[in-house]
Design a protein around this ligand. Sequence first.
Ligand code: SF4
Length: 383
Amino acid sequence: MIYVHIPFCRSFCTYCGFYSELLGRRDGAGAVTAGAFAEALSREFDMREAWQAGSPDTLYIGGGTPSVLPLSVLSSIAGKAAALSGTGTFSEFTVEVNPEDIVEGGHAYVEGLLAAGADRVSMGIQSFDDRFLRWMNRRHDAAQAVEAYRILREAGAGNISVDLIFGLPLMDDMLWQDTLDKALDLPYSMPDHVSAYQLSVEPGSALEKMMLRGRCSEASDEDCLSQYGILCRTLASAGYHHYEVSNFALPGKEAVHNSAYWNGSMYLGFGPGAHSYTVSSGVHTRSWNRPSLKEYVEAMADGMPERVRESETLTGEQLAIERVMLTLRTDSGIPEDELVRICGRAKVDRQLSIGNFARTGTAVRIPEDRFFISDNIIAEIIS
Ligand code: SF4
């Protein structure tokens, strides 16, 4: 599994906490161009050629906003990744896009993405209400999102995921239902996959500053719970499989790459801010490039990737807790005997007795009607 982080955006969204730089920013400190980044990324791939990509063999180009990059850059990243993986192709290759880039690039841009090997497109729509989109500082409006989706389908994108956000301040159930209905009514055919996240206040985001200044307040838990219920019911009746707390797929369209993360597969991350997880001779290591584009480009140019890379060896306890945290967010859950081994019989029995866990065969999972409080349940079981 390979993840490539594209650290550029054209502007910053209110809620976003991902590492990214403004593309074309001129701050006098030597802003890094997309070309310089592409060169650095290429060098990072070259310097890690000996690594194993692991299984499943997937590529995910995320960010940031990958679709701000020219096709030539994205194609060359795909080529580098394919060479590293050894197989030349991927079982799933996802690229994240924003609607305004697809509208601007048109059919030719999408056809170029597909020709580069992408077979799954994840588009950040977030809402079909222009007032919320403006509040989130998104660059597209609802009409552009529909148009972008139309272009994707017409150009041959056969596997499209859309991202949506609920729990926005002043969003009521009707407005959220309207966004979901519009998502299901997109041109040609419904999205193959929907990721729907509750708005959260990320450290360093503009939203955090707004909250601290008292310029807005979070939606109530009751409103978020109600909107999550609407999400689950609406997508269930449209035929989606709710396979992870925030993720829904039409049959057979579950994300291979993301599912593998949740199952504890190894992955390699490239680009500033990207994380890797590898296992070698029984040692489990998490490593990451520090989130600084400038430092990253300089380190790669000097042939010294270790200057921006940090790592930690994961203990058995850390691994076990992480496994519980990830698997309990999925509808497959975790084998009961494994959970008992990690957390103890008494804690598991308690959650079973109050309905926070259910048994499916030999596995234990959080039932869908408790997914909304999964963070609390997981915190309690691993405490
Ligand atoms: S949500 Fe996406 S487009 Fe917006 S700032 Fe974050 S990474 Fe950039």
